[in-house]
Design a protein around this ligand. Structure first.
Ligand SMILES: *Cc1c(COP(=O)(O)O)cnc(C)c1O
Length: 413
């Protein structure tokens, strides 16, 4: 008899987005004329920048010609893309990253789940609460946690609560942990960590020989000066951190898929007999054994982001969403809500009206305003009493959503 991986059975059935889908479908069936606006899931809505489209078209044409045809590419990505990343995302910010330390992939979701493979089974793992569910579920799947508890948390993980009191910057773990997931700018709270805060994490990791997974999927949305765009801007970080970046939110690649990880050569873990072991060769081995990389036209499209036209178009795209975020922040605040985030991230994190849980507010917003958001408690126990609105909608829908909430829900605040 084929045995299943029973760790999968620990995963909680009511995963957030399917539950949202279920409630929205039920509402739409009962109210077939309702014009529902979706501001829940973090997907982009605007088309790819023109420079990207152009580069993808040209690349497809190359594949049509025997002289320029390409078969398998380098497993870790074409050097034209890795060099453009090293130059534009890092060297321009005073960070030296060798293109060989950059690994191109089909997405940060896959990267963050694949990374757990090159670490031993008995690491102590710290995550924020609320948290991007992928970090937790992928560790559950490989058996790094115990069962789910009533709170929705998993036994064995260290949860660091993001609270209003600390500006959604969690305390350092009280116990020693080995792996730390940091998402900055943060999904779901939309807040960002300063250099001083990141320095604290880097110092902790150095002291405890921990490794930080630094997910910077929303880096492009940082609009305040002086905020760190890469963890490697923090002294000492190359010894302790892996950085994950994605073109999904930056340039609208959620459907076309392209991302990368940076694994510095000097970054090490330890073996059970206490030997230091570099992580770069392990990640290289994993990448080249299990993947043949990302398609040539997509990598050409990603590289076009770094051309002068591409940079300008990406700026415009990001600014468009940031303007939605500003409208949401101000509109919700005018409606009487306490609002966080939305300045350096495309998410606004609001406090639900007194006495309403995250899911109760979800239902209220759906019924009264026909708007779908994301209940904060779906991202973790500490998200209870909060609600996430995404700025990835069209301008029209953003403006309409604000008007509806101000008209029909504000009175409850
Ligand atoms: C959207 C998102 C990503 C990007 O994932 P891709 O697989 O690259 O599309 C990564 N991390 C977080 C926290 C996200 O919200």
């Amino acid at each position: 008899m084929a045995k299943v991986n029973e760790h999968y059975l620990k995963l909680q059935a009511g995963y957030l987005f399917p539950e949202i889908g279920r409630r929205v479908r039920a509402f739409c069936e009962a109210n077939s004329d309702a014009d529902v606006i979706k501001m829940g899931i973090g997907d982009v809505t605007q088309p790819l920048p023109a420079a990207v489209i152009r580069a993808m078209h040209d690349a497809v044409d190359e594949l049509a010609n025997v002289e320029t045809f390409k078969g398998y590419g380098p497993e870790t990505g074409y050097s034209f893309l890795r060099e453009a990343i090293a130059e534009n995302d890092f060297a321009e910010r005073g960070v030296e990253i060798d293109p060989e330390e950059i690994f191109i992939s089909d997405g940060s979701k896959s990267d963050s789940s694949n990374l757990v493979e090159v670490f031993g089974a008995d690491n102590k793992i710290a995550v924020f609460d609320p948290v991007y569910p992928v970090y937790v579920d992928t560790n559950v799947m490989v058996g790094r946690t115990g069962p789910a508890l009533d709170s929705g948390r998993y036994e064995g993980l260290v949860y660091l609560p993001l609270t209003e009191e600390t500006g959604f910057q969690p305390p350092l773990p009280k116990e020693k942990v080995d792996l730390i997931y940091l998402c900055n700018p943060n999904n779901p709270t939309g807040t960002v960590a300063s250099k001083k805060t990141l320095q604290k994490w880097v110092d902790y990791a150095r002291e405890h020989e921990a490794v930080i997974f630094y997910d910077a999927a929303y880096e492009a949305f940082i609009s305040e000066d002086d905020m760190p765009h890469s963890i490697y801007e923090i002294p000492g970080a190359k010894d302790v951190a892996i950085e994950l970046r994605s073109f999904s939110k930056t340039a609208g690649f959620t459907g076309t898929r392209c991302a990368f990880t940076v694994v510095p050569r000097q970054l090490t873990g330890t073996t059970s007999d206490g030997q230091s072991q570099a992580l770069h060769p392990l990640w290289y081995r994993r990448h080249s054994t299990k993947s043949n990389g990302v398609s040539y036209p997509i990598q050409r499209g990603a590289a076009a982001i770094y051309t002068p036209d591409g940079k300008q178009q990406v700026r415009k795209l990001v600014d468009f969403y940031l303007e939605n975020a500003r409208l949401l922040r101000e509109g919700m605040s005018d409606a009487g809500f306490t609002v966080y985030g939305g300045v350096n991230a495309p998410y606004v994190w609001l406090k639900t009206p007194t006495g309403l849980s995250s899911w109760e507010f979800f239902d209220l917003l759906l019924e009264k305003s026909n708007i779908v958001g994301t209940p904060g408690s779906g991202f973790g126990a500490a998200g209870e009493g909060f609600f996430r609105l995404s700025a990835f909608s069209s301008r029209e829908n953003t403006v309409e959503a604000i008007a509806r909430i101000q008209k029909s829900v504000a009175a409850k605040v």
